[in-house]
Every structure is written in C-alpha cells, then in structure tokens.
Design a protein around this ligand. Structure first.
Ligand SMILES: [Fe+2]
Ligand SMILES: [Fe+2]
Length: 150
C-alpha cells in the first residue's frame, strides 16, 4: 500500500443512484444535469480553481436550476398536483438561498464557502429525494378513488 498522508479524496457531492430516481424521465434527466453542475463546481474547487471559471460554473448551475424549476412546475400543473403552490414556494426559497451563496462566491473571487456545498447536498437529499418524489408518486397514483377534482 502506498501511503497518502493527506489524501483528501475528491469525492463528488453525490453520485447518481436509485435513491435520486423519482421515476419521471424528463425530471430525472434535469436532476442529473443539476447534479453534474454541482459536482463540476465541487471538483474545480477541490482542484484549487477559483475566479471567473468557477463563477461561470456557479452561474451555469443557477441557469440549469431555474430552467428545471420552471419545467417541474409546468409538469406539476399538468398532472393537477394538489401541493403545487407549496412546492413553488420551496423553489422560490431555494433560488433565493442559491442567489445569496452565488453572490458570496462572486465576492470571494469564485471561492464558494463550505456552507454552499452543505446547501447543495441538502438540496439533493431533502428536496429531490423527498419533496420531488411526492409529485412523482402522485403522477402515478390511480386517479378518482380519493377524489382529485381540485
Ligand atoms: Fe426537481
Ligand atoms: Fe422541486
């Protein structure tokens, strides 16, 4: 075995696995894009990059996310998802928090804070795995039995 005194393994924020699969193809694809964009920022930061290239990656994550939230809200409206308004509110809050972290990273010349990465991990773990899963389950649930008129 070779010794690695400071072996800070470059680990992804999260790798794609079945726990992130909500069973809605288009949304899964966009979630993967978000995951890739997050990991790109993390890898670049771990490799010591900063400045404009990292800021551009953060901006890219912001753009991919805004587009995804829009698409997801259209999808939820299409399936008459009862909790759409609450879900929209959560998206708005996520975008607001993201903008705050984005501004902090820009002010720090493209060096994101540890809190930024914690925020990204929580987003994947709590939002996609739990909150997004609910509309996905709803989209597959048999309609009519519990009354889906609203
Ligand atoms: Fe989502
Ligand atoms: Fe969502």
């Amino acid at each position: 075995m070779t010794d690695h005194p400071i072996r800070e393994a470059v680990m992804p924020i999260m790798t794609w696995d079945d726990s992130l699969d909500i069973g809605v193809h288009d949304m899964n694809r966009e979630h993967r894009d978000i995951l890739d964009a997050m990991n790109a920022i993390y890898d670049a930061t771990q490799a010591g990059k900063k400045g404009q290239p990292v800021i551009a990656m953060i901006n890219h994550l912001g753009a991919v996310t805004a587009r995804h939230f829009r698409d997801e809200e259209i999808f939820m409206a299409k399936i008459d998802y009862a909790d759409l308004e609450n879900h929209k509110r959560v998206h708005t809050k996520l975008l607001k928090d993201f903008a705050m972290h984005q501004a902090a990273a820009v002010a720090a010349d493209g060096v994101p804070t540890t809190e930024f990465f914690q925020f990204l991990r929580l987003w994947l773990a709590a939002h996609i795995k739990c909150i997004d899963r609910k509309y996905a389950d709803y989209s597959r649930a048999p309609k009519g039995a519990a009354g889906s008129a609203r």
